[in-house]
Design a protein around this ligand. Structure first.
Ligand code: GDP
Ligand code: MG
Length: 238
């Protein structure tokens, strides 16, 4: 099975050096890596080149990390990967934890795996207000999918081929939050699974949720959930 780890990065030159070194030293054997650079204005692209990792670079910044999601789905689908993982370029995710999200997809136990930092409550647990927002959306998403989810904004995820195709071919435009990813996958028939993982705090720079986005995030989230519910179930796997 061919596994692709898509490292998403926007102005992460400083953190990306360590992220790529960690992936090479502690990632599962045989994985391919690609950096999705969201129009960075620093040396992000050069850092990836120097590490010998292929880069897909947006000409301009798409406005949020979700812009990179559409790009990696298309890249992985076009190149025929069997498993695709999202991995943040800011160093919060740990290469040694990758097997936990890849395993269930490889073994055919799940189509969409979320690495949750709240299941074992070890490592970085995020900030109070962010946790509050995550709780609200975890509750709403859990009610809709009929399954308990805890870390619904987690960027540490693995998808199988069907989910890759779903977003690459049926939703080839930019999505605006993870509620959409989860609900549209669920409505299409994906089996979701959360597994416990450990994350670290970001070392340099700030999160995209620590500015105005902290206020727009809940509003956008509720609108996105309503939008997904209006679209309803669409069996568009095949
Ligand atoms: N802020 C921001 N991050 C982006 C963007 N595109 C990709 N990313 C990457 O998305 C990942 C997660 O972003 P981050 O702000 O750390 O969000 P958080 O970890 O959920 O708090 C990081 O690796 C960023 O470099 C973007 O347009 N804005
Ligand atoms: Mg982060």
């Amino acid at each position: 099975m061919r596994v692709l780890v898509a490292v998403i990065a926007y102005n992460e030159a400083e953190n990306l050096v360590r992220t790529l070194a960690d992936l090479k030293a502690h990632g599962p054997a045989g994985i391919d890596i690609v950096v999705i650079d969201n129009g960075s204005t620093d040396n992000t692209k050069e850092v990836a080149f120097q590490a010998g990792v292929p880069v897909v670079s947006h000409f301009t910044n798409s406005g949020s990390s979700m812009g990179t999601v559409t790009t990696y789905f298309r890249y992985a689908d076009q190149k025929g990967y069997d498993v695709l993982c999202q991995f943040d370029g800011d160093g919060q995710h740990m290469a040694s934890e990758l097997h936990k999200i890849i395993g269930p997809v490889k073994e055919g136990r799940a189509d969409y795996v979320i690495g949750s930092r709240f299941l074992q409550k070890e490592g970085f647990q995020s900030y109070f207000f962010r946790r509050l927002g995550i709780r609200l959306f975890a509750l709403l998403d859990s009610l809709i999918v009929g399954q308990k989810l805890t870390d619904v904004t987690s960027g540490f995820r693995a998808y199988d081929k069907k989910v890759m195709r779903l977003f690459s071919r049926h939703f080839p435009y930019e999505l605006s939050d993870t509620n959409q990813l989860l609900l549209l996958s669920h409505f299409a028939g994906a089996r979701l699974l959360e597994v416990p993982v450990v994350m670290r705090a970001r070392e340099k720079g700030t999160s995209e949720f620590r500015s105005m986005a902290a206020f727009t995030f809940p509003v956008k989230g509720v609108m996105n959930i309503l939008g997904c519910l209006l679209q309803g179930r669409r069996k568009i796997w095949d």
